[in-house]
Design a protein around this ligand. Structure first.
Ligand code: FES
Length: 107
């Protein structure tokens, strides 16, 4: 299990255990965490699963593929350095402790 902390825009924190193999988006959805809408269900086609990754974790995540990069252009106030789509991040044991923050709104 990997412990992931999801922080809402207002600072409310949710710390949950997510099974490796799931995505960071699925971890939020299955735990009822607000702020990640995931309208397309994880197909990298909506950008409503956008988060800002804690700077300490940026280097530990796999690189964005071109499709994620393109979809992030449609996200609400993307930050080129910290924005990721959570449906494109697979949880692994190495991501134990990951911290992500949701934007003010999704699109
Ligand atoms: Fe739609 Fe991630 S859930 S892009």
């Amino acid at each position: 299990m990997a412990k992931i902390t999801y922080i809402e825009h207002d600072g409310t924190q949710h710390e949950v255990d997510v099974k490796p193999g799931m995505t960071v988006m699925e971890g939020a959805r299955d735990n009822g965490i607000p702020g990640i809408d995931a309208d397309c269900g994880g197909a990298c086609a909506c950008s409503t699963c956008h988060v800002y990754v804690d700077p300490a974790w940026l280097d530990k995540l796999p690189a964005k593929d071109p499709m994620e990069e393109d979809m992030l252009d449609f996200a609400y106030e993307p930050d080129p350095a910290r924005s990721r789509l959570t449906c494109q991040i697979k949880v692994t044991d190495e991501l134990d402790g990951l911290v992500v923050q949701m934007p003010e709104r999704q699109i």
